[in-house]
Write a protein that binds this ligand. Sequence first.
Ligand code: MG
Length: 355
Amino acid sequence: MFEVAVLTARDNVDLLVKQALEFIPSFVVITNELKFREVSDALKGLPTKVFSGENMLVEIVQKKEIDLVLSALVGFAGLYPTLAALGAGKDIAIANKETLVVGGEMVIHLAKENGCAVYPVDSEHSAIFQCLAGEENNPVEKIILTASGGPFRGMKKEQLARVTRKEALNHPNWCMGEKVTIDSASLMNKGLEIIEARWLFDLDPQQIEVVVHPQSIIHSIVQFHDGSMKAQMGLPDMRLPIQYALGYPKRLENSFPRFSFAEYPQLSFEKPDTETFRNLELAYYALKRGGNIPCILNAANEVAVQAFLEEKIGFLRIPEIIEEVMSMGNFIQQPTMDDYRETDKLARQMAGEMI
Ligand code: MG
């Protein structure tokens, strides 16, 4: 039912080759040029054409073989290929939240202009999207994004000061990449998600709330203007939101494990501790301020998280660096693409100098 036309990766040759051998796509891109030989040797004899280089992504997403692009790069790097795909009239399934955090206004505008759909893959946004199905003319009062609270939920600052890289990567419910797992532990993930939701669902900042729900069974909630709430629930399994985005509007049958109330006798909820986990508040500030401020927030966070992963800074330095860079950055109300590029570069420099 699906045909894979293009597969891309940055460094992960093994997985790219394994998937290319299984799906025989028309094109493969390994953006790290040093690994081109390795990939093309491994795929010798296949009809698949192999390319390399960062710029190739922007070109390849426009190929006529493609109906839908799954944008799942990590970080700001996802913005250009996503805009290029929309420019070529492709529908997008978006897993790369940083693209919407930085350039949400541009992305949504371009999608509308070209009649392209943008399907959320992030589990919370998929949940909202599912709750809104069939409710097109019913005004939304607010949405509530659920957060697991990550591995450090309940900790205070003194404890957070001592947490290690390994502890931060040990997420209680979700199996995800390193960047998003650290963002989860620091609550920046939820911060990026409120900004993502603002663009995906055209909401005002005060319509977006966050509740901590440690079991990650309710994936998010919509409250309509009659006060009625709809929630989407299920086991935390990323295959579901991915499948919903690819299959929309159909629900495709699968045999993934099912949720059972007997195994979860208690679902609990609590207010996020933004005093200890500063990132969520910084993200709300960026959301309300708008312009290029979310771009600064994102760039500083990417640099700080990388430094934490390399064990150059402690966990509590992450929000400190972000806050400092945000306070120093130049505010631009209506940024152009060049402004975003420049803002991203400068914010990275500033954050880098603090490490
Ligand atoms: Mg999420």
